[in-house]
Structures are given as C-alpha cells and as structure tokens.
Write a protein that binds this ligand. Sequence first.
Ligand SMILES: Cc1cc2nc3c(=O)[nH]c(=O)nc-3n(C[C@H](O)[C@H](O)[C@H](O)COP(=O)(O)O)c2cc1C
Length: 334
Amino acid sequence: MSLSSRWSRGAELLGCEHAILGGAMSWVSERHLVAALSDAGAFGVIAASSMPPELLEKEIIETKKLTQKPFGVNLILMHPQLAELVAVCARLKVSHVVLAGGIPSAATVKSLKDYGAKVLCFAPSAIIARKLVRLGTDALIIEGAEAGGHIGPVSTSVLAQEILPQMRDVPVFVAGGIGRGEVIAAYLDMGAAGVQLGTRFVCASESIAHENFKQAFIRAASRDAQISVQADPDFPVIPVRALANRASDDFTRFQHEVIGKFRRGEMEKKEAQLAIEHFWAGALRLAVIDGDVDRGSVMAGQSVGLVERVQPVKEIIAELIAQAEAYYAGRSAA
Ligand SMILES: Cc1cc2nc3c(=O)[nH]c(=O)nc-3n(C[C@H](O)[C@H](O)[C@H](O)COP(=O)(O)O)c2cc1C
C-alpha cells in the first residue's frame, strides 16, 4: 500500500494532499509559515494563542491572500474571549479548528460544527478520546511528552499504543517527537491517519522566527529540550519543554526565592503562585521575535536534535515523504 493511501483518511479530513498538520506554534505559526505548509500540500494551522479577536481576524484574512489551499486555526480553550474567537472563525468560514489546552465544552464544539467547521481536539488518554468522540469531534490529536511547548506526562509511543488500536471512530493524528519520515510510516501502520509536527518546521525558510531562535535549534541536541522544573510540590508548574538556557535556570532559582518568602511568612500563597505563573509572561515572544534566546523561552521538542539547517517547507515535506516511502520499500533514506 502506498503512503498516499495509508494516510488518505487524514488527508481527506484536512482536504490536503499529505496528512501532515503543521502544529500551531505561538508567534511562529502565522500567515507565512501557515501558507507555505498548505501550499506544500500539508496543512498549516494559525496559532491564535492569546491574540485578541481583531488580530486573529486580520491573520486569517492575510493568510487567505497568501494561499488558496485550506488551513486551520488553533484556539486555546482558556482564552478569555474564546466565544469571540469562535465567531471570527465562523464569519471567515475557517474550515478546520483545533481546540487546545483542555477538554472543550459541548457548546464550543457545537458552535463550530454549526457553521460547518471540522473540529480537532487533543486526547491525552483513551478515556478522554472516547469522551471527545461523543462530543462530536471530527478528529483527534495525540501528543506525547517529547513535543515542544506545553506537554502532558505520557510519551508519544505509549499514547499511540493506548489509543491507536482501539480508536477507529475518527481519524487520529500523532504528534510529539516526529523528526523523520520513517516514524511517520510506523505510526500510520499502527492506525494513525496522519501526523502533526511543530519543532521540525521552526527552521523553515518561511518561518518568521528570529535567526537566533533558528540557530539555537540547529545547534541543539535532543537532550537540550528539557521539561520545566517544578521546585516544590505545593506550587504546581505547568510542564513546558524548551531548550535549557539562562532563563530556565533563573526560573528554578526564582521559584526557590518566592517559595522561601512564602515559608517565612513574607508572602501569601496565592501571590507566590501567581508570581511563579507570571515568570514566563512574554518570554516566548522575546525569544521567537526579538531573538533573545538566553532570557526568552525557546520552546522546542526533543526532535530538535534532528533539525540540521534552514530549509524551505517544500523541501522538509519532500524529505519526510521520501523517508516514509523508503521505509515502506525496505530501503534506507538520506
Ligand atoms: C515554539 C512552540 C510553540 C507552540 N505553541 C503551541 C500553541 O500555541 N498551541 C498548541 O496547541 N500547541 C503549541 N505547540 C505544540 C505544537 O503545536 C505541536 O503539537 C508540537 O510541536 C508537536 O511536537 P514536536 O515539537 O515534537 O514536533 C508549540 C510548540 C512549539 C515548539
């Protein structure tokens, strides 16, 4: 069976040629990278992140000017203006919406499906996968802890074993730690309908990430993409995978400092928790846009070790496909 027939279910759902989702990355996944991915036959997704509705509206309009191909929008569920962002997607008839950062309400899924959007959701376990299917999601993404950005605790390979063999109701896309085509081929063989990659596309020529950000990716080994450290069990930290740098060391020191103040009665617990949560505010932008890769957050997945150079999106996609095809043919690829 060919690669195109193996991922036809995913490609059909997305309305593109290759069932490769460009995982939305805050600050990175804007019109240029998104349009380049869709033009290359994959599927670009705009990261709405913390954008206000007017900014998302502009980004969608500008992306439509750059590509005729379908693309999606990723919405973070805890966004305070989620309903307004959904309304923007409805007004501009965004064909696919990825809901991230939790389990959506039935009302959110319905409001997207009512205008005809396909809804994709993240499933962190088999139980939640089944719940999301009951809610009416059109496809699932399972993302393992190897991924860059905010992560769950379970590895991609274990999630794939837990969910792929039993989830046939909707197409499932596998994400986290994918840097080459051979592993795409293997997940498709296990029943995946497609894949989602983020880290591998950061160094695309079309990505607007600062040159320093791209060079940090090219220099890094997989072991450099580490999970944020939580200093104290009483002060939870949302796990984020990023390249270890001065900021990640400062974060650990900052937590000890703040928690010390709380223990000495110099700070309220809530105030200490908020200070910890706010430490990274603006840090991803600082690294991606301003290029400060020491003080900023250089979110990256473990597959960063497989990123070797700046390349056009078309070339990256062609490489992944050649590697997947070589795997099926029993050959080795470059
Ligand atoms: C710099 C960066 C920013 C990200 N921002 C988001 C985001 O805003 N929303 C989201 O759902 N996922 C985000 N992700 C996760 C990606 O969409 C994707 O699922 C992940 O990168 C896939 O794993 P990989 O990095 O191993 O390829 C981000 C990842 C990175 C590396």
